[in-house]
Design a protein around this ligand. Structure first.
Ligand SMILES: CC(C)(COP(=O)(O)OP(=O)(O)OC[C@H]1O[C@@H](n2cnc3c(N)ncnc32)[C@H](O)[C@@H]1OP(=O)(O)O)[C@@H](O)C(=O)NCCC(=O)NCCS
Length: 233
């Protein structure tokens, strides 16, 4: 089905982002994309979609029984942040229902949006889980150059997959990166992940695989190898 795309992207004000539903940035048939807001509905959705999207990795680092705790953690991590934080998150809705999300990162974002110790449910996770989560994050940590944007997460709830939402979120990421003067956009994807086909279709090309040995990478992340893919904008 061919949809026409309407883009109305404008710089967002604090008032825009504080609305329960910020203005639509892109509309394509039943799919609309907007920035996330600090509302509990949006942060709860981010917790749900990010942890479910990366369920395998999360279970590898903790355990299946800890998924609800991890969702609550990610919801807290996404709450009470400055407006710029929410500009980094795009939420896609399908017929008005939250369906997927994408998070972009730029150079300096780690310092702007630091991890907050108080978000971590230390008592519910315990030292072992916390250590493995730290190791998992280190395994796929990237340096973001000044002229590049990094797709940190992209995930669509399973019932909405295959409807073109991932493509629209990636188009939105390209648009945002161009608006911020980036020359390219890149991401890391497990070489076992079928999402690589989507990235290739979107114009990403394979650059290299992660240099750690596959056993080491598997211990850290639950995946043997990651590919760095990049698209010139
Ligand atoms: C990757 C993902 C965001 C794509 O969203 P989507 O809305 O289904 O994407 P589209 O409809 O635009 O495109 C479909 C493409 O997604 C990929 N895909 C389909 N199912 C997938 C799955 N379970 N996991 C990963 N990628 C998948 C395929 O490449 C598919 O195209 P193909 O059938 O021609 O190979 C979604 O599948 C997802 O959330 N997966 C789990 C989280 C994840 O792996 N994220 C990427 C991390 S790098």
């Amino acid at each position: 089905m061919a949809y026409t795309s309407v883009t109305t992207q404008q710089p967002l004000s604090f008032e825009d982002l504080n609305q329960p539903s910020p203005p639509v940035l892109t509309a394509s048939g039943p799919v609309t994309v907007r920035n996330a807001s600090p509302s509990s509905e949006d942060t709860k959705f981010l917790g749900e979609v990010v942890i479910l999207g990366f369920e395998r990795k999360t279970v590898h680092a903790t355990s299946r029984s800890k998924l609800p705790v991890m969702k609550a953690y990610y919801q807290k991590h996404s709450s009470g942040r400055p407006p710029l934080f929410y500009e980094r998150y795009f939420i896609a809705e399908y017929d008005g229902e939250r369906a997927g999300a994408c998070c972009l990162r730029y150079q300096g974002d780690d310092a702007l949006f630091p991890e907050r110790n108080e978000d971590l449910p230390q008592s519910e996770l315990g030292c072992c889980d916390l250590f493995r989560l730290y190791i998992m994050t280190s395994g796929t940590k990237v340096d973001i150059p000044a002229d590049k944007a990094y797709v940190d997460h992209i995930c669509v709830l399973s019932k909405f997959r295959g409807k073109g939402i991932g493509k629209i979120l990636l188009d939105m990421a390209d648009m945002d990166a161009r608006k911020r003067g980036c020359k390219s956009i890149f991401l890391l994807v497990a070489t076992s992940n079928p999402a690589q086909h989507l990235y290739e279709r979107q114009g990403y090309v394979f650059k290299e695989t992660t240099c750690l040995c596959s056993c080491c990478m598997y211990c850290m992340t639950g995946e043997k190898e990651f590919a760095l893919m990049e698209k010139v904008l």
